[in-house]
Design a protein around this ligand. Structure first.
Ligand SMILES: [Cu+2]
Length: 493
């Protein structure tokens, strides 16, 4: 956008009507989506749902009133353009607030591929594991034999083979085909944000990557999380947070050295990006080593999963919810069904458990300055996130977008949605047009999000007030999962 990567940061003010004329100078159709912004559906920028897209040479005028504050972003919702730099930040100031009360930096974490994303996607479809170098190998097997004895080691292998799952499927794209950027710069280019000694710094983090989870920390500094997805939360101090594609977090830090490293390793530990907060340009602080990837545990894959020969539903313990899988889940698009899901929200996730650092979890986030819609739930919807790793198939209830019918939200009603993850991967789920009010384990309102992570074998519920008429997109924000079919249209009518 305007020859810049990331695209220019847009600063808006609450209450203003903004008008953005987007002229497409590319040779292909494009579309800009305003991520997390509540607006009329025709302005939402999803081709085929909100509008027809912006053809080459055409200009589309977006205009809407801004009724929220905080950190958001915008990106292309067409093809794989987001993966090649079509993203930028949005800062919305409170109606009466001033900009620059505190020193602040906007930090985009993103991924980039030099390959043609279309070809990369096609290759994943053919062999989804080509990219995963954490795959256990023959030496691992020999190590297992030494550790467990041959019988047990064989058993472990057999188990994985039977499940046709890889225990290290943390991410399906790795540093082999991607590079990782902080504000458009590689780790060695060391993007640097300045501060004066003794002052607090507000960091607005945006995960504008197409397909990457980052584990973010600033060694030696606490991150005081004050805002999530643009909205204020009860401040919580952590050392680290897992950052999903599409989410935003704002954190206040108080630097006490001349230089601090902002370190973000990918969830699969195949790569990282890095920047520096410093009192002047040219300084560096030590850069931590990337940690070893951790295998998924059995609990990450639910209990009693397996092929279709198992009797689903007979493994449930009496504590958990009754899990029912849609009949469409029993097909070639699904390789795993979770009957005993994890219900707790306080799991930092694989690779971050017991690492000696205080890691943010979904359970730590509590909205403030917002009174939830307390009306009774009018309708409950349960959807399962499904996939087949070998086929690189990603879907909802076993149905890819092209095979599915829209989800209906009755206009003006309060609706409860339960997402149940029948896959081994974490999915950042993003509902357009309306807020997702994430509920705690007891079903009470906890935190308002526009995008939130559903961990492997986890079940999370949220409530929505369906006050936005029209057609909306709802999808996993990993671009390749979305394109493979983990996507639904929502109709509010
Ligand atoms: Cu996904």
């Amino acid at each position: 956008v305007n020859n810049s990567l990331p695209a220019p940061t847009l600063v808006w003010r609450e209450g203003d009507t903004v008008t953005i004329r987007v002229r497409n100078t590319l040779s292909k159709m494009t579309a800009i989506h305003w991520h997390g912004i509540i607006l009329p559906f025709q302005m939402d920028g999803v081709p085929g749902i909100s509008f027809g897209g912006i053809a080459p040479g055409e200009t589309f005028t977006y205009t809407f009133q801004v009724n929220q504050t905080g950190t958001y972003w915008y990106h292309s919702h067409a093809g794989f353009q987001e993966m090649r730099g079509l993203y930028g930040g949005i800062i919305i100031l409170p109606r009466n607030g001033a900009f620059g009360k505190m020193r602040e930096h906007l930090i985009h974490l993103s991924d980039w591929t030099d390959e043609d994303p279309v070809r990369l996607f096609a290759r994943l479809k053919i062999n989804s594991e080509f990219n995963n170098f954490n795959e256990p190998t023959v030496p691992d097997f020999i190590a297992d034999i030494k550790r467990f004895g041959l019988d047990k080691a064989m058993e472990v292998r057999k188990m994985w083979n039977q499940m046709r799952m890889s225990p290290v499927d943390l991410s399906d794209l790795s540093a082999y085909s991607m590079s990782y950027h902080l504000n458009g710069q590689r780790a060695d280019q060391n993007w640097t944000g300045l501060f004066k000694k003794g002052e607090d710094v507000l960091l607005r983090f945006i995960n504008s990557s197409s397909n990457t989870f980052f584990d973010v920390r600033i060694p030696g500094l606490k991150l005081r999380i004050v805002e999530v997805d643009g909205l204020p939360v009860t401040p919580v101090s952590v050392d680290e947070f897992r950052f999903g594609s599409g989410e935003t977090y704002a954190a206040i830090v108080t630097p006490d050295e001349d230089a601090h490293t902002i370190f973000a390793q990918t969830m699969d530990r195949s790569g990282h990006c890095r920047g520096t907060l410093a009192v002047r340009q040219g300084l560096e602080a030590p850069v931590p080593k990337r940690e070893a990837p951790e295998w998924l545990s059995m609990s990450d894959m639910g209990h009693g999963m397996g092929g279709h020969e198992h009797n689903h539903g007979h493994h449930q313990d009496h504590q958990g919810p009754k899990v029912r899988h849609a009949s469409s889940e029993y097909g070639p698009s699904v390789d795993m069904l979770v009957d005993n899901p994890k219900l707790n929200l306080n799991d930092p996730g694989v690779g971050l458990r017991n690492n000696g650092r205080k890691v943010l979890t979904l359970a730590d986030l509590h909205s403030v300055q917002y009174t939830p819609d307390k009306r009774d739930i009018h309708k409950e919807i349960e959807l399962h996130l499904t996939g087949n790793m070998e086929r690189y198939a990603w879907s909802i209830d076993g149905l890819e977008f092209a095979k599915a019918t829209p989800v209906h939200f009755p206009y003006g009603k309060r609706i409860k949605v339960t997402l149940h993850n029948d896959t081994m991967m974490t999915h950042p789920m993003h509902l357009h047009g309306m807020w997702s009010d994430v509920l705690n384990e007891s079903g009470e309102f906890q935190v308002r999000r526009h995008t939130f992570q559903v961990q492997p074998a986890q079940r999370v519920s949220f409530a929505v007030t369906a006050d936005a008429l029209g057609r909306w997109a709802w999808h996993c924000h990993l671009l390749f999962h979305m394109d493979a079919g983990m996507f639904r249209e929502v109709i509010v009518a």
